[in-house]
Design a protein around this ligand. Structure first.
Ligand code: HEC
Length: 163
């Protein structure tokens, strides 16, 4: 009995050690992006600070990795959030989106933040400082809505919305 348990233990340790070798590539751009949202729209400093602190880890080309990202499979799960988060919204590539997409993304940002869907709850369990205060939420929502108004003022509505 003892021998079986020991064998199982060794197999588990072996598997744990082997998976450490499979490391996802890190989301660490070497140069600042020329397509950051701030190149498309005015982003006041306080808004930028909130976005960077609470959203950029999953929605930009640069993630601040905690030490445990080095431990697999935790690193794999973080990688997954970054890949999926960037797919939906990447603040570092924002000015490359078509105007219509930018317009929709701003609306989604307002909705996600207002409904407290973002930042992801699993992220907030560890990054408690990324939790938005109701004041910060109001600021982000007001800013996103104001940016939509700005876009409407600058661009013909046909380029922003399908009729
Ligand atoms: C831990 C990673 C993580 C953080 C931090 C995070 N997000 Fe997300 N976000 C995701 C993932 C993953 C998705 C795609 C899956 C989903 O919608 O749940 C997503 C989706 C979105 C979407 C797209 C929704 C849609 O309908 O396509 C928006 C907008 C968004 N996030 C905004 C934000 C904002 C704003 C913040 C900061 C206040 C933020 N997110 C913080 C991971 C994150």
């Amino acid at each position: 009995m003892k021998k079986i348990l020991l064998t199982i233990l060794f197999v588990l340790i072996g598997a744990f050690l082997i998976i450490q070798l499979i490391r996802p590539e890190k989301n660490l751009a070497k140069v600042p992006s020329p397509h950051d949202i701030a190149t498309a729209l005015p982003v006041p400093r306080n808004i930028k600070a909130v976005l960077q602190n609470s959203c950029y880890d999953c929605h930009s080309n640069n993630t601040r990795y905690p030490w445990y990202a080095e431990v697999q499979p935790i690193g794999w799960f973080l990688h997954d959030d970054v890949i999926h988060g960037k797919e939906r919204l990447n603040f570092s590539e924002f000015s490359r989106y078509r105007l219509r997409t930018q317009f929709i993304k701003l609306q989604q940002i307002a909705t996600e933040v207002e409904d407290e869907e973002m930042p992801l709850p699993s992220y907030l369990m560890i990054h408690t400082d990324a939790q938005l205060s109701s004041e910060q939420r109001d600021h982000i929502v007001a800013w996103a809505n104001a940016m939509r108004d700005t876009m409407k003022a600058i661009h013909p509505i046909d380029s922003l919305q399908r009729r």
